[in-house]
Design a protein around this ligand. Sequence first.
Ligand code: LLP
Length: 424
Amino acid sequence: MTHSALPGQPFIAYQDGQLCVEGARVADLAREHSTPLFVYSKASMLAALAAYQKGFAGRKAQICYAMKANSSLSILKLFAQAGCGFDIVSGGELERVLAAGGSPAKIIFSGVGKTRAEMRRALEVGIQCFNVESEEELDVLSEVASSMGKVAPVSIRVNPNVDPKTHPYISTGLKGNKFGISHERTVPVYKHAASLKGLKVVGIDCHIGSQITTVAPYLDAMDRILDLVKAIEAAGIPIEHIDFGGGLGINYEGTQPPAADDLWQQLLAKLDARGFGQRHLMIEPGRSLVGNAGVCVTEVLYLKPGEQKNFCIVDAAMNDLPRPAMYQAFHSIVPVQPREGAQTTYEVVGPVCESGDWIGHDRDLNINSGDLLAVLSAGAYCMSMASNYNTRGRAAEVLVDGAKALLMRERETTQDQMLREKLV
Ligand code: LLP
């Protein structure tokens, strides 16, 4: 039996000329559930989590999965059972965690625009902490908590003004971004928070961006945060936990981000050197836990030779895989059952009616219509960002565990899409 794992994807491999996710043949799954289809490896997600857990061995640390990366219930259940907490950004995400059996006591609530209703619900179920992003939000949260006879645990998101050197849409820790409180304002804002009756200050928080592939921006941000912790504590406000956010990148195209345990070895060395090694740490990884665990399987509908370009029209589109259109993101595209012979260069595109609907530029493939392709690294920010544009139902999802494959989400029907509409 031949076996060749794909680069950076130890649980996705060709076995006897067939793409497999763990022990399941992708072509069989596509036949059974049709396409486009997301297929995830359970072992890959648990291995990604284990790298963080290894990095934090012997430390007081809590991993809160940033579920915006992939909020499907079965994935939340998997992480909840593995001991993770969750970083949420909406009341909807809160209800998903509860439905998946996650513990409210391990939920942190981030985001610049929490509504009063969302705050109320989060207080009612007793979440661990609110990551507050503005002075006005502090006042509103205090008022909401007081009106319920409760005290809200808060951490303030500080904007360390560090360049994570990633796509501008996913940089979040620079001065010009809408996130957090400027580090110059941090101590006065903490004093204000500590003076509000409905709040209890418990931590400090930052998140500098996403798909970060080097260690340096994290080290810079950490230095700035530790300086602030010193200043806040000197003002008489104890900081129980430090939350460093998420952001660690994955390998999409030859970029080799540090492994989670390597990154944390370097960060922990700095924490130790600066005397903060015993502090309770929190992190909010999203992409690095799920990104490389998923593929999107799609069928080639038509091959359309053109004067300037050859088009490979597939049945997945920007509504299933929005990252190329939104961020010019690269995802590898590989055949599910590779053919011998010459390759042709294709624009791989979906059926949606706009030129922005592309999945990959200039891809060399030897394919016929009816063949299956797998779009790799599709575990993060694909299904969770999927839409119904062009009245396309969202794809089905399968979770593979060894040779077992379980349907974790049925394909959305057109009826599902029209459910809440009225003919007026
Ligand atoms: N914590 C906070 C406060 C965040 O805003 C984010 C992501 C995370 C944690 C998780 O970051 P991660 O570990 O996944 O990088 N849709 C974009 C990514 C947007 C990230 C937004 N915030 C993409 O597809 O690249």
